[in-house]
Write a protein that binds this ligand. Structure first.
Ligand SMILES: [Zn+2]
Length: 419
């Protein structure tokens, strides 16, 4: 095995696919949901819980922008890379920082070279470019890095969206060049002790031998460095399908280990988002993972899987959990609602997570109303369990040829209301 990153599609139904993404830190079955760990932590939940059989998150996302500004790359390097620093031994994906900087709006200035912006922490002037983003992401050492892109607003005109897409393509080329140079110049960060623990229950692991592992010769290490990290390219083009198709074609020409659909869920209407996914996902290279960035609700995930997407990330389960909202098989539940004051049912009667096994809606509502931090912790745990379990059921359904039935039943139940 000469690669530390591989992807294989094992089953399909319509456009939906079930596969396995292999990284040096574990096998990840797809379609997969990646909890968002903005500042090196998935807010409100310990890593032990993420690794527990309840959740079993195989890969989490880290935000380059946040980690770069604080604690900073030198600190993370001095602590042995991101995995070691935060104490997470499973796989990670880092974004490029492009989207966060773009979200700063008036605080940033975009030029051909890159993006100049004011730090949201201390107001200092910072500069992020494809080269800087690659340097930061290589230092962080996640299994998957993302090309530095520019996102056009959801309502961008054809002209604005084209300008943004062309810039993203030039940045994609620069990202790849910088990334390849850096992959050849750094040693892989150590995996750390206990990596892969808790993965024993996964399908036979195609993990070994590991690049840079003990007992390998210097030569084999050098040969494997090229594949130390994977780099994904990002398709842009706002809601314009012709631009999206062109962006995909030209991004694939540059050549990446996987491809993402970016710039969705940024203010466009839902039907526009689904049209873009439907147009683009099935045209993406069939042998590479397809990642839909920053989307969405459980229903969005299932609809995107039906259109051929393999990977997702979204802050909804954690952010909404902190705001008192639970996702359930019968739709969203707002724990602030007085109707739950004496409710003895769990958040979701069909959920098998440890929160639903133990606590009632009445108690969690009481915690929330009292401003207890445990309310956020319990809601976050349940929401992540619901998202991760839904994806597990999606995978099983695709593998057994039952996805169409699953999708229909899931959607029907979602709209039948809370008991
Ligand atoms: Zn639950």
């Amino acid at each position: 095995m000469d690669r530390a990153f591989d992807f294989e599609v094992c089953a399909g139904e319509g456009e939906a696919r079930a596969g396995v993404l292999t990284t040096r830190r574990g096998a990840i079955e797809t379609p997969v949901f990646m909890p968002v760990g903005t500042a090196g932590t998935v807010k409100g939940i310990r890593f032990e819980e993420l690794e527990s059989s309840d959740l079993d998150a195989r890969i989490i996302l880290g935000n380059t922008y946040h980690l770069w500004l604080r604690p900073g790359i030198e600190a993370i390097k001095a602590c042995g890379g991101l995995h070691k620093f935060i104490g997470w031994n499973r796989a990670m994906l880092t974004d490029s920082g492009g989207f966060q900087v773009w979200s700063l709006g008036a605080l940033r200035k975009i030029t051909e070279e890159g993006t100049e912006f004011r730090s949201h922490i201390d107001g200092s002037l910072c500069f992020l470019s494809p080269e800087v983003s690659m340097e930061v992401q290589v230092a962080l050492g996640a299994e998957i890095a993302m090309a530095f892109d520019e996102c056009a607003p959801g309502e961008a005109t054809q002209e604005e969206a084209r300008r943004s897409m062309e810039l993203t393509l030039r940045w994609a080329k620069r990202s790849k060049e910088a990334f390849e140079k850096l992959q050849g110049s750094v040693l892989p960060p150590p995996l750390g002790e206990g990596w892969g623990e808790g993965l024993a229950s996964s399908k036979p692991s195609p993990l070994s031998p590991l690049p840079g592992g003990e007992g390998q010769s210097a030569e084999s290490q050098t040969n494997n460095l090229r594949y130390q990290q994977a780099l994904f390219g990002i398709v842009q083009g706002a809601g314009h399908l012709d631009l999206r198709r062109e962006s995909l074609e030209r991004t694939v020409e540059i050549g990446f280990d996987g491809y993402a659909i970016g710039g969705l869920s940024v203010g466009e209407e839902k039907h526009v988002m689904m049209e873009v996914i439907e147009e683009i996902a099935p045209r993406m290279p069939p042998d590479k993972p397809r990642y839909l960035m920053g989307v969405g609700t459980p229903e969005d995930l299932i609809e995107a899987v039906a259109r051929g997407v393999d990977m997702f990330d979204c802050v909804l389960p954690t952010r909404n959990g902190r705001n008192g909202q639970a996702f359930t098989a019968r739709g969203k539940l707002n724990i602030k609602n007085a109707r739950y004051a004496l409710d003895q049912k769990p958040l979701d009667e069909s959920c098998s997570c440890s929160v639903c096994a133990r606590h009632t809606r009445a108690f969690i509502r009481h915690l929330y109303q009292s401003g207890e931090m445990l309310a956020s912790i319990l809601l976050t745990h349940h929401n992540l369990a619901f998202f991760l379990d839904t994806m597990k059921r999606v995978r099983q359904a695709i593998r057994s040829g039952q996805f169409a039935k699953f999708r229909r039943e899931f959607t029907e139940q979602l709209h039948c209301g809370l008991g």
